[in-house]
Design a protein around this ligand. Structure first.
Ligand code: SF4
Ligand code: SF4
Length: 92
């Protein structure tokens, strides 16, 4: 079982040093997780360390493809409100 980094990752490097398995590597267009190395942090930490430190919502998925930090989970802004604000901004 392994986590996945997807589009939206801003290549900030924050997750690289906290991974106990050295599973995260620099790639294009964004960082990736080596599925053969990722242990989901089991045995080392209670929570996946990459997802715990990642500042961007929605870019790290669990083994079944769900965002560990879904929209709104880090900013506290409900996704519906964010959509309204973005629509407002784009209308100007
Ligand atoms: S879940 Fe843990 S082992 Fe897997 S990439 Fe993230 S920090 Fe590394
Ligand atoms: S912490 Fe998140 S945004 Fe930063 S490199 Fe890792 S996955 Fe990408």
């Amino acid at each position: 079982m392994a986590l996945t980094i997807i589009e939206g990752c801003v290549n900030c490097w924050a997750c690289v040093p906290v991974c106990p398995s050295e599973a995260i590597y620099e790639a294009q267009p964004h960082f990736l997780i080596d599925a053969r190395k990722c242990t989901e942090c089991e045995g080392d930490h209670a929570l996946p360390q990459c997802a715990s430190i990642c500042p961007i919502e929605g870019v790290i998925l669990n083994a079944v493809g769900e965002a560990i930090n879904p929209p709104g989970s880090l900013t506290g802004i409900p996704p519906e409100r964010m959509a309204e604000v973005m629509a407002e901004l784009q209308s100007h």
